[in-house]
Design a binder for this molecule. Sequence first.
Ligand SMILES: Nc1ncnc2c1ncn2[C@@H]1O[C@H](COP(=O)(O)OP(=O)(O)O)[C@@H](O)[C@H]1O
Ligand SMILES: [Mg+2]
Length: 252
Amino acid sequence: MSARPLIEVNQLCHDYDGTGSGIQKISFQIFKGEFLLVAGKNGSGKSTLFRHLNALLMPTKGDLLVHARSIRQDPLAARKTVGLVFQDADTQIVGETVADDIAFGPENLGLARDIVRERVNLALDSLGLTRLRERNPSSLSGGEKRRLAIAGVVAMDPEVIVLDEPFSNLDHPGTLDLIACIEKLHRTGRTIVLATHEIEKVITLATRMIILEQGRLVADDHPRALLKHLERFGVREPCASRFGMEVQPWAS
Ligand SMILES: Nc1ncnc2c1ncn2[C@@H]1O[C@H](COP(=O)(O)OP(=O)(O)O)[C@@H](O)[C@H]1O
Ligand SMILES: [Mg+2]
């Protein structure tokens, strides 16, 4: 890991309506190559935090730096470095075919055609969608649609991929396929930030975990070190851990 953090979150506050809902004084850093798991019950502030990581929301107070540049000064640089896959991103499909849908982002960047083609092929391969490239997105399964939404972000070639609740409403095979793809994205060099309350699905892949509670950061440690403290923060402890056993990879 490099010495300088890729992302620095400094006393970040976001107050939606002046009543204190949002996030409060969150500070932590993200280093290249990490797989950061963000846990916390509904309403704890995960999505609000994520919208600052690629400058979709601006801090009410505090700051967030990407490659040492404030998102206040350079939101476009943050958007280039950090790709955000929204909660329920698969409702935003725009292309006639899977390949067209993935090409939409890079085409809008004004990239040359052969570069767009290369980006699309790489994204199709990373998300296991190559054989579905000519399919109409509306004919895909839930899990395939979710992977398509992620492929659209991967095609923008961001260093950091942020996934907000990627497992919601997926069946078991869809979940397994998605875990394998996320693992591969991490292994091939992307920094991953992932929010979920179903932490047992990725806890063995994560290199670090933070926990949010009522908009505040209440823990930041190696996932194994936090296992026994999860339930205090409204996060379900993995079954194996509750029975005193080693947590195994979900996908094995
Ligand atoms: N657009 C919004 N307007 C006002 N309050 C919001 C908005 N979005 C989220 N909140 C509030 O901010 C807090 C954090 O929400 P959120 O970031 O969505 O949490 P999580 O993703 O962990 O469920 C909650 O209290 C929520 O009600
Ligand atoms: Mg959320």
